[in-house]
Design a binder for this molecule. Structure first.
Ligand SMILES: *Cc1c(COP(=O)(O)O)cnc(C)c1O
Length: 369
């Protein structure tokens, strides 16, 4: 089906094409000049001392966990409300993901629940900066110091998000950002791992490039894998990073328009905006008081592509083996049953947002017939 308003459209065009042309003309496809430039811009913007690329956000998390030496017998605390990859990356190291409930207002992890979940096996905490706002990092870092835990930040959705002036992903031991097609800036697929710790940076470099520091040598001092990107992707990425300010401003403008158009509709609410973080909307997550499923159907029938909220991890069939009880996660269960994401991509037109909001109002004002 062709949607009248799709959920997503990347903000790409002439600048990306021109950079791609340069890569083809230069005949250098693997990591090269564009990859270096991509990393330099990211380091400069985020303030991270060190950064390495990875194939995508999921593998960046996996690589970060390997660098922290997370593995069999360890536990890693993950919010119950996030994309599945936050936890599957933990499971693939052999460690056990331990889920904790979230804050109902801003949908980020509930820090008090983290402390309750710490055991003698806990090795790390993984805060996830959900939907474009930072988790509350100070109390998380305090817990990590108290219990001697590592912190790996999942900032997949949070390029351009700052916690009290620090870019997310640079506060814990390591942090990752994704450049998947639906993220704020994209290369199609791609990821980066940030750290300020030189020792971890060295581990990451060996692990990502076949256990050696320089390509071209066939001597491998350590065991490593291939987590490289390509200059084709980074050529697109460099163009994207240079447009970030424009992307961010358009997304915020779109978000605010939804808020003003829906402000009088009491069935709909927006997430709480916290004072310790700026906001770069990843989507427009709304909560509705009733009839979520039928509202989704109404929007889909009207040509609006919607996305539900993330399915709580404790309910995921793939994590059945962890044996969680549904009642232990009242907040994620509740927000999942009320939550819906509307499109916010930069190229969205005002008329399209007006159309979506009209359809939502029409649905509730007609008494959900
Ligand atoms: C997108 C996303 C990931 C995974 O990133 P990919 O680049 O798609 O592998 C991980 N965590 C969160 C919270 C995400 O939104």
């Amino acid at each position: 089906m062709k949607y009248r308003v799709p959920q997503l459209e990347p903000y790409i065009g002439q600048e990306e094409l021109e950079n791609l042309k340069k890569v083809i003309e230069k005949k250098w496809l693997t990591e090269g000049d564009f990859s270096r430039e991509f990393l330099e811009i990211i380091k400069d913007f985020t303030g991270a001392k060190y950064a390495v690329l990875a194939n995508n956000g999921t593998l960046a998390l996996f690589l970060g966990l390997l660098a922290l030496d997370v593995g069999k017998g360890d536990e890693v605390i993950v919010p119950d409300f996030t994309f599945n990859a936050s936890a599957s990356s933990v499971a693939f190291t052999g460690a056990k993901p331990v889920f904790v409930d979230i804050d109902e207002g801003n949908l980020n992890v509930d820090v008090e629940k983290i402390e309750e979940a710490i055991t003698e096996k806990t090795k790390a905490i993984m805060p996830v900066h959900i939907y474009g706002q930072s988790a509350d990092m100070d109390p998380i870092m305090k817990l990590a110091r108290e219990y001697n835990l590592r912190v790996i930040e999942d900032a997949a959705e949070a390029y351009g998000v700052f916690y009290k002036g620090k870019h997310v992903g640079t506060i814990g031991d390591v942090g990752i950002i994704s450049f998947f097609a639906d993220k704020t800036v994209t290369c199609g697929e791609g990821g980066v791992i940030l750290t300020n710790n030189e020792e971890l940076y060295d581990r990451l470099r060996y692990l990502r490039n076949q256990g050696r520091l320089e390509s071209g040598s066939f001597i491998h001092p350590q065991l490593g894998m291939n987590f490289r990107m390509t200059d084709l992707q980074c050529a697109v990425g460099v163009a994207q990073l240079k447009k970030f300010k424009e992307i961010k401003e358009k997304k915020i403008k779109n978000y605010r328009l939804y808020q003003s158009l829906l402000k009088d509709l009491e069935e709909v609410s927006f997430i709480e905006e916290v004072n310790y973080s700026n906001f770069v909307p990843f989507r427009v997550p709304i909560r509705v008081k009733n009839d979520l499923e039928r509202l989704i159907q109404h929007l889909e029938n009207s040509g609006v592509q919607t996305r539900r909220f993330f399915y709580p991890l404790h309910k995921q069939p793939c994590f059945n083996y962890l044996g969680y009880k549904d009642d232990d996660f009242p907040i994620t269960n509740k927000v999942y049953s009320e939550g819906l994401c509307l499109p916010v991509f930069p190229g969205l037109k005002e008329e399209q947002i007006e159309y979506i909001c009209e359809k939502i109002k029409e649905f509730y004002q007609r008494g959900q017939k």
